[in-house]
Design a protein around this ligand. Structure first.
Ligand SMILES: Cc1ncc(COP(=O)(O)O)c(C=O)c1O
Length: 394
């Protein structure tokens, strides 16, 4: 079937909650994708910061084939499976956490973290969650409530009670809201959907001190910025500030749905049997791919740290070259953005025409989240296409 036939079948049968580009992806190799009409693209979207190892990775293929050969794709959490317990051990070793809960997505990981926070606070008379303006934590009710952007709440009231919003990178605004009723503070160390905005070191350090003073839990949402994307296995490792709870998803399952909630010292043992669950959590196939991704994470992160500097420098050159269209470059590692003065969607469409997939973050930022295996040569090619696209709008 052609792009057009698939797109029209989608339009006839899907709910209209997405504004999708009119192509359908057929196959991928390395960091390149091919659509149903045979057009090739360099992929700097990676399934929105998911496909860390790119497409057609041999180790992922082997791991998945072994799971298929075993005949067991899923067991439920009534029983253990070797892949999930190994993935949990690898996460705890890499992050310095003590326990892991597996689920299926970023929103679901944040729901788990919020329930942990409320349970932690329940015997202490605390239930208030402090979140941040411009944050994004997912679309389920708890996750969307702590998402500090009005556009995601519109039409869905009432939201979860006892959630308040402070300004990102403004510790005084947090202190103004914090008191003995605060159960948790949830924050992205590098805001993604809100526009690729990194936290300042003093801000995260201040949140850590405040959470300790209040006996509240500090939750870092690293669904997008975790797992090697910023050039360390976890983004918080750039800051030397450890959370009480860390949420992950996106890259974790190597392209299969998988999320995780990691508990550090103070948050250990909050859940008892029966408190929380997910039928598919720690699913055999997802966990087998997580083992592959996690085994490569230390080397991959080091590479991203180096290549991310290169990407950042190249994007800053673009900003300097097109001052009438660009405001600034921001980000860390392979999670970067250029704030534009024009709609990112038009630039994205122009890049797509020229064989590059990029996406937006918020209304003004052109986002670059390539597979972690992207090379300097890939970066040069992608940046040249963005340069050409911007030139078309001058
Ligand atoms: C920081 C952050 N948290 C949570 C989510 C929600 O993840 P999911 O779409 O897997 O529910 C996202 C998705 O973009 C995210 O960027």
């Amino acid at each position: 079937m052609s792009n057009q036939e698939i797109v029209s079948l989608g339009k006839q049968n899907y709910m209209s909650n997405y504004s999708q580009f009119p192509i359908a992806i057929r196959s991928g190799k390395g960091i390149c994708l091919t659509d149903e009409d045979g057009k090739e693209y360099l992929d700097f979207v990676a399934g929105i910061a998911v496909n860390a190892l790119g497409y057609g990775n041999e180790d992922e293929k082997k791991a998945l084939l072994e799971v298929i050969e075993s005949g067991v794709l899923h067991t439920s959490n009534l029983y253990y499976n070797s892949h999930a317990v190994h993935a949990a051990k690898m996460l705890n070793d890499l992050a310095g956490s003590e326990e892991v809960f597996f689920c299926n997505s970023g929103a679901e990981a944040n729901e788990g973290a919020l329930k942990m926070a409320r349970k932690y606070g329940s015997s202490k008379g605390k239930s208030v969650i402090i979140s941040f303006n411009h944050s994004f934590h997912g679309r389920t009710y708890g996750a969307v409530t702590v998402t500090g952007q009005e556009k995601y709440h519109k039409g869905f009231a009432p939201m979860l009670p006892s959630v308040v919003y402070a300004d990102f990178n403004n510790l005084d605004s947090v202190k103004a809201l914090a008191d003995e009723h605060t159960a948790a503070i949830i924050v992205e160390p590098l805001q993604g959907e809100g526009g690729i905005i990194p936290a300042e070191k003093s801000f995260l350090e201040g949140l850590r001190v405040l959470a300790d003073e209040l006996d509240a839990l500090l939750i870092f949402d690293e669904v997008q910025c975790g797992l090697g994307r910023t050039g360390k296995p976890f983004c918080f490792q750039h800051y030397g500030v450890e959370p009480d709870i860390l949420t992950l998803a996106k890259a974790l399952g190597g392209g299969l749905p998988m999320g995780a909630v990691l508990a550090f010292k103070r948050a250990k043992g909050i859940f008892s049997p029966g408190d929380h669950a997910a039928t598919f959590g720690g699913n055999v196939a997802s966990a087998a791919l997580a083992e592959v991704v996690l085994s490569k994470l230390p080397d991959l992160s080091a590479e991203v740290e180096r290549k991310g500097e290169y990407l950042g420098a190249k994007l800053r050159q673009i900003v300097s070259k097109h001052p009438s269209l660009c405001i600034e470059e921001r980000g860390l590692g392979f999670m970067r953005g250029i704030e534009l003065k024009i709609s990112p969607r038009d630039v994205i469409a122009e890049c797509m025409k020229n064989g590059l997939l990029v996406c937006s973050a918020g209304y003004t930022v052109l986002r670059f989240v390539p597979p972690l295996i992207a090379s300097e040569e890939n970066i040069d090619k992608a940046v040249a296409i963005v340069d050409e696209a911007l030139t078309a709008f001058e």
